[in-house]
Design a protein around this ligand. Structure first.
Ligand SMILES: Cc1cc2nc3c(=O)[nH]c(=O)nc-3n(C[C@H](O)[C@H](O)[C@H](O)COP(=O)(O)O)c2cc1C
Length: 223
């Protein structure tokens, strides 16, 4: 199975990326992870996760169930039956490779490094605009640009509302360049009861794009 790239940037919806990371590792995938400084702020604000980009440790972003304190925001995101975003599967099967957002020596900065695709989740409007302009001011921009030039799958998960004309134009530019624009816009036809259900809708659609099928929700037309 090919390696995948996951970049977290500073848009709201950090839960989508943490859940996605857990699911991909549970599938046994190797995930190359890069995190922007603004994403660190959002992870802390929304999930109480304290990520140190200079001294990164996987447990900072995928804490063991038993180490999540009772009043942690992660507990607000529990699903039916109290399942957490870290339960139902075992993330130890996969391999997490961390890359500092300024490390242009990372393999994913080069088109010669093989991958099966890249996801930017959530994608801030800042990163969106940079990509649409061809900027490469951090490893996330560079790796995304590499995926476009190599004609590999690039999935961008933007989160903002409402959207300006500049932001819509950036999405169109990226889509024309081959990226998949997959907004963090959960559907409601699968009868979600919890935030966890809404998160899994978006995560399922991302995994579908990566051709990494998962059964996290009831799909339309299936029993
Ligand atoms: C708590 C928090 C939530 C934010 N939410 C969003 C958002 O939903 N969408 C967005 O485009 N920017 C959002 N921002 C602003 C971005 O983080 C900011 O524009 C930053 O420069 C993006 O940098 P990056 O793309 O390198 O991560 C948020 C910032 C914070 C601190």
């Amino acid at each position: 199975m090919s390696d995948l790239v996951l970049a977290m940037t500073g848009a709201s919806g950090a839960i989508y990326s943490v859940r996605l990371l857990h699911v991909l590792l549970s599938l046994g995938r190797t995930v190359h992870l890069s995190i922007s400084p603004a994403a660190v702020q959002v992870l802390r604000e929304e999930l109480d996760l304290k990520v140190d980009l200079e001294n990164f440790d996987a447990a900072q972003i995928l804490p063991a169930e038993e180490s999540v304190s009772g009043d942690s925001k992660l507990n607000l995101l529990r699903g039916q039956g109290g399942s957490s975003i870290f339960s139902e599967s075992d993330a130890r099967y996969g391999r997490l490779v961390y890359h500092h957002y300024q490390d242009y020596n990372a393999g994913i900065a080069s088109g010669s490094f093989p991958t099966g695709g890249m996801v930017i989740c959530p994608c801030s409007m800042g990163t969106l605009g940079s990509l649409a302009s061809g900027l490469s001011s951090n490893l996330i921009h560079r790796a995304a640009g590499v995926h476009l030039k190599e004609r590999r799958k690039l999935i961008v998960v933007p989160r903002e509302t409402p959207l300006s004309g500049i932001q819509l134009a950036s999405m169109k530019t990226l889509s024309d360049a081959g990226a998949v624009i997959l907004p963090a816009m959960p559907g409601f036809y699968h009868n979600p009861l919890t935030i966890h259900d809404l998160v899994d809708f978006v995560v399922t659609r991302i995994c579908d794009q990566l051709q990494a099928p998962v059964e996290l929700m009831q799909r339309w037309g299936t029993e």
